[in-house]
Design a protein around this ligand. Structure first.
Ligand code: SIN
Length: 280
């Protein structure tokens, strides 16, 4: 019988699974890395508990699963440009990632996923929600699916990470390099997942600006409908962090949303993002 590297505990009917009984501080062999990637493809987001990884171990784990993408906007961890800091201090009001989004959709080749490690979490609150965008696609009517199949959407980093945007003003010191916010990308509104072949609704309210060939005013009502549709709780799972927890989510197949309900407390996470492959 084949060795099993972890125990799988699904976290909701929609997506997500906790992989227990595995120690990520130890080097992973090829078969373990393959099984983790298979669970990632099956569940969209996978979680681990009690993994108090050093930056070197976090990088080592990421290197076993893909190629690290160095984020150009997030403040890096001192001495580790591969790791982006996701921080909110007790006196800060705005958190990072506080709205439904998928990382890097503004890149023509969007990131495969991100591996977020919790270093310091508030005594309560600060959970992250995840949404299965394959399920959201499946639940649309045949007529709307046909309409969306022919559409492509423009995604941009400018209005989020560019100079003088509302967002860049509220996260000063944590997000930088506004002059690098020059990426616009065009992706099909319905993509096929590069590994599973599953159809996925690929627009998000943080970075999608409009449908290609449509004005923003024409695009917004349909985009708003899709966002409202994907916000249905039956497509979601919710992860409650503890120090040493890890979430590894698929940026093509899911949305995520970092809840900002822990004012006056610190929340500190380290994020490593992995390079993706073309989705067009
Ligand atoms: C992010 O959007 O990458 C951060 C998610 C989180 O802090 O839970």
């Amino acid at each position: 019988m084949r060795k099993s590297y972890f125990t799988v505990r699904p976290t909701s009917g929609a997506l997500g699974a906790e992989l227990a009984d595995i120690d990520l501080s130890q080097p992973l062999d090829d078969a373990a890395a393959t099984d983790i990637r298979a669970a990632f493809n099956e569940y969209g987001v996978i979680f681990f508990r009690d993994q108090r990884l050093t930056p070197e171990q976090h990088i080592g784990f990421a290197n076993r699963l893909g190629t690290i993408n160095i984020n150009r906007f997030f403040k890096p961890v001192d001495g580790y440009p591969q790791i982006a800091e996701v921080r909110k201090e007790p006196d800060q009001v705005t958190n990072i990632g506080g709205g439904w989004h998928t990382d890097h959709s503004y890149d023509q080749i969007p990131a495969l996923g991100s591996i977020l490690l919790a270093l310091e979490v508030p005594p309560r609150g600060g959970d992250t929600l995840f949404c299965n965008m394959g399920l959201a696609y499946d639940a649309l009517s045949a007529g709307l699916k046909r309409t969306l199949e022919g559409l492509r959407a423009v995604h941009s980093s400018r209005h989020v990470f560019g100079a003088s945007t509302e967002h860049s003003k509220t996260v000063t010191g944590r997000i930088g390099n506004p002059e690098l916010a020059t990426q616009d990308a065009v992706h099909p509104v319905v993509i096929r997942h590069p590994d599973t072949g599953r159809k996925i609704l690929y627009v998000n309210m943080a970075f999608t600006t409009h449908f290609e060939g449509w004005t923003k005013q024409e695009s917004q009502p349909l985009l708003d409908y899709l966002y409202q549709h994907a916000s249905r709780p039956e497509f979601h799972t919710r992860f409650q962090w503890k120090d040493g927890s890890i979430a590894f989510w698929d940026n093509r197949a899911t949305w995520h949303y970092a809840l900002n309900d822990y004012h006056g407390e610190r929340r500190l996470m380290h994020r490593i993002t992995l390079e993706g492959v073309p989705i067009n």
